[in-house]
Ligand binder design. Structure first.
Ligand code: 16G
Length: 241
């Protein structure tokens, strides 16, 4: 097999061979999006490798975003996440709907005085207090986005109120986002962002800025998201005028 041919000619640890072999199989379409992989035990038996080796190779590919793990269902070749560009949904909603486990890793979290830029985006007066979050967004241990969010402190007084999902915290407080303005552009992840996302520097990303409003016109969120460029398809329905 391809695997055995490669192991005979190279000397890297066994898990790296397997990782590379699986990566090639995904890249050249032998393994296709959505396809289920055999279980760790079975794969180990097929390739005559220990379960630890198989697990190490798989967890590396999960981190890379090439494989996804679903609780109780196994490991799959990752599919692109199809996301509406016109629906006011949250990261948590989007990923839960796909049976994945979305998480927030807080890189920064705090409260402070609004900057001029934030005041403009949130329609706040100078001197107002805001809550700020910088989060790494993951699904089943794959890093999918970095997000910086600013919320007026009179809406969300305590930064600790967001445990995992911002929109879940809003819901708990009876705050109902009504509409949002969103813009998108292509970016390349800089060195620091790439490190946090575990991607090579310069990897393609989508920068999406969202300002979300309540029915009464107040702005509840100013978020700048940096999504992985290779993981998302944004779709929108267009209507003639
Ligand atoms: C999405 C939104 C972001 C919002 C976040 C809340 C896009 C491009 N961005 O990532 O503006 O702050 O969801 O997610 O959709 P959460 O409720 O999981 O924290």
């Amino acid at each position: 097999s391809e695997y055995h041919r490669q192991s005979a000619t190279r000397r890297a640890p066994a898990y790296q061979h397997l990782r590379r072999t699986l990566q090639h199989a995904i890249e050249n379409g032998e393994l296709t999006a959505g396809q289920a992989l055999p279980g760790e035990r079975e794969l180990g038996r097929l390739l005559d490798l220990s379960r630890v080796t198989v697990r190490k190779a798989i967890s590396g590919l999960v981190e890379d975003g090439l494989l996804m793990q679903r609780q109780g269902a196994g490991t799959f070749v990752a599919e692109r996440i199809v996301k509406s560009f016109s629906a006011l949904t949250s990261f948590t909603d989007d990923l839960r709907a796909r049976g994945l486990d979305p998480r927030s890793e807080f890189l920064e979290r705090g409260i402070g005085e609004v900057t001029p830029e934030e005041a403009m985006a949130l329609n706040l007066s100078p001197g107002a207090q805001v809550v700020r979050y910088y989060r790494l967004r993951t699904a089943n241990d794959t890093a999918l986005a970095l997000e910086r969010t600013v919320v007026p402190a009179d809406i969300l007084p305590d930064p600790a109120q967001v445990e995992n999902s911002l929109y879940a915290a809003f819901e708990k407080l009876g705050i109902r986002p009504a509409r949002a303005l969103q813009r998108l552009r292509a970016i390349a992840f800089d060195a620091e962002q790439a490190r946090l996302m575990r991607l090579p520097e310069g990897s393609p990303g989508l920068f999406i800025e969202r300002r979300t409003f309540l029915d009464d016109g107040r702005v509840v969120e100013f978020t700048r998201s940096f999504y992985r460029g290779d993981a998302y398809d944004f779709v929108a329905e267009l209507h003639s005028e």
